[in-house]
Design a protein around this ligand. Sequence first.
Ligand code: BTN
Length: 264
Amino acid sequence: MADDLSVDAVGRHLCTRALGRHLHWFEETTSTSTIAMNLGHEGAPHGTVVLADAQTKGRGRMGRSWVSPPGKNLYLSILLRPDLPPTRAPELTLLAAVAVHETLDALGVRPAVKWPNDIEVNGKKTVGILCEMSAELSGLRYVVIGIGIDVNMAVEDFPPEIASIATSLECALGRKLDRSEILASLLSNFERWLDVHAREGFEPVRRRWSECTNLFGTRVRARMTQGDLVGVVEGLDTDGALLLRDDRGAIERVVVGDVERLSA
Ligand code: BTN
C-alpha cells in the first residue's frame, strides 16, 4: 500500500476549491498550528493547510502535548477566514469533528464524537482537534483548526501513558492506510460542511454532531476552569454548549472544558 504524504501525492487526490490549494508541507516542524497561526498573521489565504510528517512540539487542548512521531499519522492545521463574530468560532470546532467523523466513517471504522471534538474508535481516542483564533474588536481575523489523526500507529507505538486510552485506524481496521487519501477526503468533507454552515448556519452541523456522538444519556464529569460539574448529558445547545442535567435536576451549560464518562 502506498503511503506517500508528499505535496504531489496529496494533490493527486485533492478535489476541493480552496482547502489545501495552498499546502505547506514539512518533514518535521514544531507544530503545524503554530506555523498556520504565523501564516494567518502574514495574510495567507483562507484554506491554507500546513501538513507535517512529524512534530516536535505538537500541542493539544488544555495545555497538553500531542504525540507526533514520523511516518505514521496525520498532523495538519487548516487556516480559515470565516465571516463570523468571534463568539461563533466554537461552531467551527464542532463542524471539524463532524467532517472528521464522516471521513473515518467512510473508511469502515465506527467513530463516535466526544464533546467538544475528540473522535473515539472502540471507546479510545483516535483524533484530537485544537481550535485557535485571532480576533480583534471588529471581528474574527482567522481561525486555525489543528487536527491530529492516529492513522498507522501499532499498539506498541503508543507511549505507555496513553496506551490504554488511545488507538489508531490501523489498530481498528487491521491494515495500514494511505494518509494522503484520508487527508484529501477530510478536506473535501470539511469544505462541504463549511459550505453548509455558510448557507444554513450552525443548526445542520448541530444536528449532525448530535447523531455522531454516543454521549447523550450518559453520566459525565465536566472539567471546567470554574470547577467540576457532574450530570447526565441531555443534548447540544444551539450554540454548541453541552447541556447537562445535574443531580438537582437543573440544566447546566458546559461552554469550555473536557468531559469524562462516569460509570453509573
Ligand atoms: C487534543 O488535545 O485533543 C487536540 C490535539 C490536536 C493535535 C493537532 S496535531 C496537528 C495540530 N498541530 C498541533 O500542534 N496540534 C494539532
